[in-house]
Ligand binder design. Sequence first.
Ligand code: SF4
Length: 303
Amino acid sequence: MLSQEPAISSCKENTLPSRENAPDSSEKSTMLPRGNLSEERMKSTIPPQPAADFLNVEIGGPAAEGIIHSTESFGAVDGPGIRFLIFLQGCRMRCRYCHNPDTWSMTGGERKTVGQLLDKAERYRTYWRETGGITVSGGEAMLQPEFVTALFEEAHRRGIHTALDTAGEPFRRSEPAFSIFRRLVAATDLVLLDIKHIDPEEHRSLTGHDNRNILDFARYLAEQKVPVWIRYVLVPGINDDTETLRATRAFLDTLTNVEQVDILPYHTLGIYKWEELGYTYTLGDVPPPDEETINRAREILCR
Ligand code: SF4
């Protein structure tokens, strides 16, 4: 989901500079025109977002199967320590900067069992030492909540630290989904949660969905006291203005479980995948944020 970012700027909540250092709100904005995603999609070839809520996988033990896009043996930025990364297939969001559009399809991927994945992960266990473990990402990992729950519960039986890298959009407090998510969260040691835009309509324009479920998932994780690392892809003209950053920080201030904020500068390294898939990339004119913009975001989000 957000792996392989070239330059993550992280700040731990308990070692952050004070809020007084935040710049004045009169600071010049770098806002660009914000295209509406649905209008853009009419002009583009982006596949529609599937309506189905979840893939039909029941919670099981080591024999439970998930639909896997790929794995990586040595992740260094997706949770503490060295981690075995498992990327799941399928995502309902359509983030305009997504660098893994090849994970969107709900029908691709390869079926693998919990046992197969953990046996493979444990080959690298000596590299994890005290801090590493597994991180499940995507695509959107929470579209296969029953499988990830089975995976994490079995990982805990084997003494493995579990991290969930998610945009949180599938979360809801209505049944039957809520019971599944409750059990998933109980088996999760750390959540890496994307906040893509704090404004619901801007979020919809950027991703195709509003952020209601995502912010509610953040609140639920706080209620459950699950540690969270917030991940914020900083996109010039989209979510880098002072007002948006301050509103994001104000939301984070309502949470009691945020251990770290990662600022991920927008980049265009994934455009070639859009071209290969025949999709139209709508942020082609947006440059990566400059150093000053990244520092300003850091001062506000990492107050
Ligand atoms: S949540 Fe967004 S960035 Fe992540 S895989 Fe889905 S479309 Fe891509």
